[in-house]
Design a protein around this ligand. Structure first.
Ligand SMILES: C[S@@+](CC[C@H](N)C(=O)[O-])C[C@H]1O[C@@H](n2cnc3c(N)ncnc32)[C@H](O)[C@@H]1O
Length: 269
């Protein structure tokens, strides 16, 4: 069977089909375009069709492939971690500006696959970066990514700041769980397959953000920044919580789709 027929017959998103086949054939996706008339071996056809069935039954492509590209990095992902999202690259972008301005002690709370911590470290090897997660399985994935990418990040297990008692940071980053328990989005896309502990914050969706903002002043250096990713409709609430806690220069940045996505504030007290 030819490459083009296999892709055409797959009843899934064309891009997903191309990425899946490229991964099975161990070629770049561009190769698929250029070699539509190439013959695919029966074993590879079988692997492709099994993959298509898994995708149709709800398995995310990233879990099937075992990786997701994020920033400039290829990260391994397992069902124990959130699949890193493009929106989160805006958090990395802002973080890298702060690090470039001298905020060299960096804490990533809820590091998951290590995406944010590793992307920052890859841009700024001079930074001292620590990633924290409550999940030991997530930390195993983050640690493996750090090892594969030869990026030296310290990984600690614990409940938010409990993992770093008595320490201060110039930059605190987090993409915490921020979905409300009854949000119907939890049943859409990749979300049903991802760990609930990475997605659901509680009744309102703001609980983790509130916990982090409440305790951050105890762990942030004077002049340091706290940058938080949140839901598209949570920016005003997050700005208010930050301002009420005493953060200044509070502002929000939009993601590539125009949604208010990352809010940050500086600690000057
Ligand atoms: C939305 S995921 C973000 C993962 C990763 N930073 C990213 O952007 O792809 C949130 C992460 O926070 C972790 N988490 C949830 N509650 C936590 C807590 N109380 N303390 C530490 N980590 C927590 C989850 O295990 C999950 O890995």
């Amino acid at each position: 069977m030819m490459v083009s027929d296999l892709i055409h017959d797959a009843t899934i998103d064309r891009q997903d089909a191309e990425v899946l086949l490229a991964s099975i054939l161990e070629v770049e996706r561009a190769w698929i375009y250029a070699h539509g008339d190439a013959q695919v071996q029966p074993t590879d056809i079988h692997r492709f069709r099994t993959g298509v069935e898994a995708l149709i039954s709800g398995e995310p492509l990233a879990y099937l492939l075992g990786y997701r590209d994020f920033w400039t990095l290829r990260l391994r992902v397992t069902p124990d971690v959130l699949i890193p999202r493009r929106e989160t690259e805006h958090l990395v972008e802002w973080a890298n500006q702060c690090i470039g301005d001298g905020a060299l002690r960096v804490l990533d709370l809820g590091t998951g696959s290590g995406a944010v911590a590793l992307a920052c470290k890859s841009e700024h090897p001079e930074a001292e970066v620590c990633g924290v997660d409550l999940s030991s399985q997530a930390l195993a994935c983050a640690r493996a990514n750090g090892r594969d990418l030869a990026l030296s990040v310290e990984w600690r297990e614990g409940d938010w700041f409990d993992a770093v008692p008595g320490e201060r940071w110039q930059l605190i980053l987090s993409n915490p769980p921020y979905i409300a328990a009854d949000d119907p989005h939890l049943y859409a896309g990749d979300l049903p397959a991802e760990p609930a502990t990475a997605l659901v914050a509680g009744k309102t969706g703001l609980e983790s953000l509130e916990q982090i903002i409440e305790r951050a002043p105890e762990f942030i250096s004077r002049g340091g920044w706290l940058l938080l990713e949140h839901g598209f409709d949570q920016a005003a609430a997050v700005r208010e919580i930050l301002a009420n806690r005493g953060f200044t220069t509070v502002s929000t940045r939009r993601d590539w789709s125009g949604q208010e996505r990352i809010t940050g504030g500086q600690w000057l007290s």
